[in-house]
Design a binder for this molecule. Structure first.
Ligand code: SF4
Length: 300
């Protein structure tokens, strides 16, 4: 059996920065309560590791970020790598909380572009995932931003503004985004297109599409991670026989890999390297020790 790590894979700069910001916050405010409004990055092991350091993650799919903020009376609030609405940020400041914004610079750049075009009287078509924190933050900027998640949404758009700008959530599939942009251009040929998939997402997707001889692809990542989900989809699109998404090596216990001769292993941009290393080491050695996750290793 041949085991190969896909390069590049795993942590991106935005995730590394967000994790460092929480670690720095823990060191800077040892006597204060520290909250994160949502998963700091989409990986539950990272959330658990911070929880062990006393960091409280507020996450409830039935409540929006503003409502979650109502649960915090004092201390520090950290906003996640996916970006946050200005209204929520201002509400936190008004409450007297210490605010730490870990939004990725790619996300911030995209938001700045959206604001610039809105100020120039454009409507924005935003290609993204419904309820993903990044798209929620982007849509909060204005009612003139229209979320589309598929071609049907595009067909149903009824924009009267001649000025239209098209952009997207940073972690979308390169292929889906291209398809939707083409569909939008058929309907609105004059639309200005600013495709904003981040470099990390683009490079990780390309590496999966470039795989030539793997018969099996294992993707390590959290079910909540959009860029992980896209790697899984692209593996299938690339025609790889078996495409398996796991959260950690422990999931391999129940998976029969008989017949898999050439296994490629990749991971989402928010997956700790330790989890991917354990997966590769288990595949190579079948040593059950690698099926265990030592949470103290996650932030190293
Ligand atoms: S995946 Fe891209 S947008 Fe998301 S944190 Fe990483 S670099 Fe930033």
């Amino acid at each position: 059996m041949e085991i190969k790590r896909v390069v590049p894979s795993g942590y991106c700069q935005g995730v590394i920065r967000a994790i460092r910001m929480v670690q720095d916050t823990v060191n800077k405010y040892p006597d204060k309560k520290i909250y994160v409004l949502g998963m700091i990055v989409h990986n539950r092991y990272i959330v658990d590791a911070f929880n062990n350091l006393g960091v409280i993650t507020l996450e409830d799919p039935s409540r929006n970020k503003s409502e979650l903020l109502d649960d915090i009376d004092d201390g520090v609030v950290v906003f996640t790598a996916h970006g946050i609405s200005e209204a929520v940020k201002n509400k936190a400041i008004k409450k007297g909380l210490i605010v730490v914004d870990a939004a990725c610079t790619y996300v911030l750049k995209n938001m700045a572009l959206i604001k610039e075009y809105l100020n120039n009287d454009y409507d924005i078509i935003y290609i993204g995932k419904k309820k993903h924190p990044e798209s929620v933050a982007a849509l909060s900027i204005s009612e003139r931003i229209h979320l589309v998640t598929n071609n049907k949404d595009i067909d149903e758009l009824d924009l009267t503004n001649a000025n239209i700008m098209v952009t997207n959530q940073t972690t979308m599939s390169v292929f889906d985004t291209k398809e939707y942009i083409n569909h939008i251009k058929e309907k609105y040929p004059e639309a200005v297109v600013l495709e904003e998939i981040c470099d990390a997402t683009r490079q990780r997707q390309k590496a999966v599409m470039d795989l030539k001889d793997a018969d099996t692809l294992i993707i390590v990542g959290d079910p909540a991670s959009n860029n992980t989900a896209q790697l899984t989809r692209l593996g299938k699109l690339n025609g790889i026989e078996r495409v398996i998404q796991i959260e950690s090596a422990a999931d391999l216990k129940d998976i029969d890999l008989t017949g898999s001769e050439k296994i490629a292993v990749t991971s989402g941009a928010s997956t700790p390297r330790y989890l991917t290393d354990n997966t590769i080491n288990y595949l190579k050695t079948k040593n059950p020790e690698y099926l265990e996750t030592d949470i103290s290793q996650i932030l190293k």
